[in-house]
Design a protein around this ligand. Structure first.
Ligand code: GP9
Ligand code: MN
Length: 685
């Protein structure tokens, strides 16, 4: 004990204050004898904090400071590996690296409202090519501020290095100092990691939400994570290539033996324009709901009744939500099991709807009111073959709700863009419009308009007079606000269809509408929605015969989203109840519009007897059963026994589909096969 106290420079510690003061003294001594490191650390910390202040503007967060500090302390610890003379150069180099990172990110942010990524370096040329107005912006003079740090650091450091006493002192005990600094780094890393919430860890894993990562974890953590995530796909694809090639070849060879059948929908829309509405977070159950006789989605319902309505349609998204749907709908492949295709595998070759339609002479474009970099769309839409992607900078942000430009304004402005394209291109077109407003967190929003989610009834009051009473049972719940938001989105779609009609854009056009994924609504809100009884002004008892239980399966089935194909001139009035997944869209449209993707995993829904939807977590659903792969349990959806081996057969099929899809993406097999084919053709010629 005595020894310890001696080491702490304490003779007789009186209280905690004493110990604290001693530690402060030791820290002071520690840095004072190594001012080069201290100045480097403080300067770098100021710069990385400045980036956040000038970009994401989060002023009161400690986690990003902790993240940056951890990184800088580790850099400091490594500096002891360099000879004392070279340590100053080591810090100068790092001060410039950090400053340049800050500067580049700051400039990039003013252009793209996002941060640079290693994985995008090779695309930066065409990212700059997009020709947006933003690129013409001049540099912000404030960005020069970052350079104060390395310049001042160099001047001060040089002076310090010339002080013989300091230099001599800094050479002492380097091994102990290194050890101490590493320990400090390890302690900070542990503290940083245990402070992360599951949501934050999840976002780190996905890496796409760059603003969130920088504002929560700091610039350095973001860059390290980005580096790991960019290398990961390359490492993953180093192993198992031959096996993957065989698996994929065998799978498609077997498939080719099943010849595509012609049916009454074959080629019915050949040459027509397509307007695809990617309806953010719209779930099918909302279409079946009425409040006081008023439908939540009158416009969608009208379109569904007139057109072809696929009533058992599921999305197959993984962590990439919106982007996964954009990927699956356009490729008929499934999201990858590791990361997201849009972010980590954007440079793979895919056969897509835009590419197939381009071969048929179409002009393909997409539109979205949010930042183009969100989900890496700026890169991936081009990769998927859209000729142009109109994003935030193409629109006037004249009304903002939630994440950004309101759907009503977005659609209003989209009509004139479509019109322009129609007249200038003079070709059939494929337009994808990605909606935005109906997005979580579904706060109280005035712009949703007045759509009461209550139950109204008339009672006779004490004086014998009729009186209307309201039971606002869904007001102030996430579900209630979601339904108001869906009502708004439905109005926006209705207005859009009218505006298209006014502009003559519905002639020779097919409109398709799909919900992009579910809205992750709380299960208890479903329970309230389905089981509210105004007589008791509460959720009815579970034993009540009217009670509808929302268990795992019911919740999964409720994640269904609408899929509608509608044209102005032909009223199909058709309902299709066969289960259908997002991967069946390409083959089904392909049959109608006359294109085919040899790598499609889904089926033309009008050519299959029984269909199966395989989810990325390897659950699957048919019209007969929903299978929960995690628990290896299932729920029957029909009152009929399952044929023998039914579950085993589909389990095997689900695994195969997922393996094939993952292999194609991971090993870039479509590109490889195309290159081989081109090579063989060359030889034959
Ligand atoms: C963002 C929007 C939402 O631009 O598409 O993406 P999500 O959170 O639904 O994946
Ligand atoms: Mn979405």
């Amino acid at each position: 004990m005595k020894n310890i106290l001696k080491r702490l420079y304490i003779k007789r510690p009186k209280n905690l204050k004493d110990i604290f003061q001693v530690y402060l003294k030791r820290i002071y001594k520690y840095f004072n004898s190594d001012l080069l490191f201290f100045y480097f650390l403080i300067g770098a910390l100021i710069n990385t904090t400045l980036v956040r202040f000038l970009t994401v503007k989060n002023y009161f967060e400690y986690k990003p400071i902790l993240g940056d500090l951890t990184f800088l302390v580790i850099i400091g610890a490594l500096s002891y590996l360099v000879r004392p003379k070279g340590r100053f150069t080591y810090f100068v180099i790092w001060s410039w690296i950090i400053t340049l990172l800050c500067f580049i990110n700051s400039v990039y942010y003013t252009f793209y409202s996002s941060f640079v990524s290693v994985s995008l370096i090779s695309t930066s040329i065409f990212v700059l090519e997009v020709g947006d107005a933003v690129v013409q912006n001049v540099l912000n003079p404030l960005d020069a501020i970052y350079f104060v740090y390395p310049v001042v650091y160099y001047a001060v450091g040089r002076k310090k290095m010339r002080q013989k006493e300091y230099y001599r002192e800094s050479k002492r005990n380097t091994y102990t100092r290194m050890l101490n600094t590493f320990m400090l780094g390890a302690a900070l890393t542990t503290f940083f990691l245990i402070n992360l919430t599951p949501l934050e860890l999840g976002r780190l894993d996905k890496q796409w939400n760059r603003e969130f990562l920088v504002s929560k974890f700091g610039l350095q953590t973001y860059h390290i994570n980005d580096l790991i995530k960019s290398i990961q796909p390359k490492i993953n694809s180093l192993f198992g290539y031959d096996q993957a090639v065989k698996l994929v070849k065998d799978f498609y060879e077997e498939r080719q033996q099943i010849t595509p059948t012609k049916n009454k929908y074959t080629d019915i829309f050949k040459g027509r324009n397509i307007i695809a509405i990617h309806a953010e977070s719209i779930q099918s159950f909302a279409m079946n709901l009425k409040f006081n006789g008023l439908e939540v989605t009158p416009n969608l319902n009208a379109l569904a009744n007139e057109g072809i309505h696929f009533t058992n349609f599921y999305t197959q998204v993984s962590v990439g939500t919106s982007s996964d749907t954009e990927f699956t709908i356009n490729t008929s492949l499934l999201p990858v099991s590791n990361g997201t295709v849009f972010v980590s595998y954007w440079n793979r070759e895919f056969v897509t709807i835009p590419k197939l339609l381009s071969e048929l002479g179409y002009y393909c474009f997409s539109m979205h009111g949010n930042n183009g970099t969100f989900w890496n769309r700026l890169v991936m839409h081009k990769e998927m073959g859209y000729h142009k992607f109109f994003h935030k900078t193409s629109f006037e942000i004249d009304e903002t709700i939630g994440l950004g430009l309101s759907d009503k304004s977005f659609f209003r402005q989209a009509v004139s863009i479509i019109n322009d394209i129609k007249t200038t291109q003079n070709k059939p077109f494929y337009a994808t419009l990605i909606m935005l407003t109906n997005h979580t967190p579904f706060d109280e929003v005035e712009e949703y308009g007045d759509f009461p989610v209550d139950y109204k009834t008339t009672i006779t009051n004490l004086y014998g007079l009729s009186e209307e009473v309201s039971y606002p049972y869904m007001e102030d719940t996430i579900m209630g606000r979601y339904l108001k938001s869906v009502h708004y989105a439905d109005e926006a779609i209705g207005q859009f269809i009218n505006d298209l009609d006014q502009a003559g854009l519905l002639e020779n056009t097919v409109v398709i509408i799909y919900g992009d994924h579910d809205a992750r609504l709380p299960r208890k809100d479903f329970e309230r929605l389905y089981n509210y009884d105004y007589v008791i002004d509460d959720v009815m008892d579970e034993h009540d015969s009217r009670y509808k239980k929302v268990d795992y399966y019911q919740y999964e089935l409720d994640r269904k989203v609408p899929f509608i194909i509608w044209t102005k001139d032909k009223k199909f009035k058709k309902k299709v109840d066969t289960v259908m997944g997002m991967y069946d869209v390409l083959p089904t449209l392909g049959n109608m519009f006359g294109f085919h993707n040899e790598y499609q995993l889904g089926h033309d829904i009008f050519s299959v007897k029984e269909n199966v939807v395989v989810f990325p977590n390897s659950n699957w659903v048919t019209n007969k059963v929903y299978y929960n792969s995690q628990k290896e349990e299932y729920m029957l959806l029909k009152d009929e026994p399952l044929p023998q081996n039914y579950i085993d057969t589909y389990n095997e099929y689900a695994d195969k589909i997922l393996e094939v899809s993952n292999s194609i993406i991971l090993y870039d097999l479509i590109r490889k096969e195309k290159t081989e084919d081109a090579f063989i053709e060359e030889i034959i010629r």
